[in-house]
Design a protein around this ligand. Structure first.
Ligand code: SAH
Length: 361
């Protein structure tokens, strides 16, 4: 929270959670409040208002002006007191109409992107957890641009509410924390958001996947809390030299430790992790890479999810050919590794894996 004084009324109800962080919103949004905080803000209103407002905001995703069941004056007060977390700046839909990407502006001017993917019966949203990213993976557009700041709980949740509205009449059934940023570097807010998604929004933990570069201490917390959300690990290379080049955090958290952390997650949560592997021509798509991957996937008891490499401005190497991708998958399968190939969606609007960035920078 910021070092500028908050309005008295809010100072009364807010937990001071942590030391100031550059650029975080100075005032909380309605979606940042827990139920007790909302109740205390509404303490001079009839008691039932807390339930009414809580349900409208957290379950239905309404903005104050849309809560027609409460008096106009209270709507105005809520609007005045609590800023909207996100302002929609631009929205684009792919030619096949299955993918919609939105660009949002946050308080302080940082921007993030959110991607909605429509399947036949349901929809999935890919949510950002930070503006920018500090992990600096060479082949990822977000990593190429650098880190701006963490997202607050309301900024994460509002992306989910945007996706629910935009998906209609389809039902938003799945959430992947695979947008901009490293979710496990923003752990408290990630967990608070997930609790609100499973509790108030009603999307089960098993329908949520969090992707990480392999932040081991946070993975251990994840395991200890027996979190039932899926965990995907961006592996991309199964030897330390190559992985340190592609995913620099590997210098701090090498593969052997990462395998231990995956095993811990497996044993504590009962759920296998999956390994993400972007297929980069001549870099990590050779038969020898497949053999290394087999060893690591076996010892971590992990699934493998192969991702066709998407183009980004700062990485010249091309993705593997479709034939190479297939041969690599077959090589893994022949050694009893469970493999899926991620389908590419929205690459015509730069909405595919690794392509999210702040366009206006
Ligand atoms: N920071 C987290 C969350 C981002 S998830 C993480 O890295 O896991 C985005 C996924 O897309 C990650 O697996 C990432 O490694 C992968 N990715 C990044 N750039 C890509 C690209 N150009 N093509 C395909 N996948 C990419």
């Amino acid at each position: 929270m910021a070092d500028t004084p908050r309005p008295d009324q809010l100072g009364r109800i807010l937990r001071i959670q942590e030391k100031p962080r550059a650029g975080m919103p100075e005032r909380p949004s309605l979606l940042d409040l827990d139920r007790d905080q909302l109740a205390s803000f509404l303490s001079d209103e009839p008691r039932f208002r807390t339930d009414q407002v809580w349900t409208a905001v957290n379950e239905k995703g309404l903005r104050p002006a849309e809560i027609t069941s409460i008096p106009l004056k209270l709507r105005g007060r809520l609007e005045q007191e609590f800023p909207e977390p996100l302002t929609l700046v631009a929205q684009q839909t792919s030619a096949d109409e299955r993918t919609t990407k939105s660009l949002f502006e946050l308080h302080g001017g940082a921007q993030v992107e959110t991607v909605l993917m429509r399947y036949n019966e349901r929809a999935t949203v890919c949510v950002s957890s930070q503006a920018g990213c500090a992990m600096a993976c060479s082949f990822c557009a977000t990593g190429q641009a650098g880190f701006e700041r963490h997202l607050s709980v309301s900024e994460i949740l509002d992306q989910v509410h945007w996706a629910r509205r935009t998906a209609e009449p389809q039902r938003l059934s799945n959430i992947v924390f695979m947008g901009m940023g490293e979710p496990l570097a923003n752990l408290d807010r990630l967990f608070d958001s997930i609790d609100r998604i499973t509790g108030e929004i009603g999307i089960g933990a098993r329908k949520i996947t969090v992707s990480t570069v392999g932040m081991i201490p946070a993975m251990e917390t994840f395991a200890e809390q027996k979190r039932q959300v899926g965990l995907a690990v961006s592996l991309h290379a199964a030897n330390d030299d190559l992985r340190s080049e592609l995913v620099p955090i590997n210098r701090r958290h090498p593969i052997a430790d990462l395998i231990d952390a995956c095993r811990l997650v497996r044993s504590k949560t009962g759920r296998r992790v999956s390994f993400e592997w972007a297929m980069i021509s001549g870099v990590n798509d050779r038969d020898s890479d497949a053999r290394e991957l087999v060893r690591v996937a076996r010892s971590a008891d992990a699934h493998v999810n192969l991702i066709p490499l998407n183009d980004t401005p700062g990485y010249p190497t091309t993705g593997s050919s479709p034939q190479r991708l297939k041969a690599f998958a077959n090589e893994l399968r022949s050694r009893d590794i469970n493999v899926t190939i991620r389908s590419t969606m929205g690459d015509d609007i730069d909405a595919a894996c690794g392509q999210l960035a702040n366009r206006d920078r």
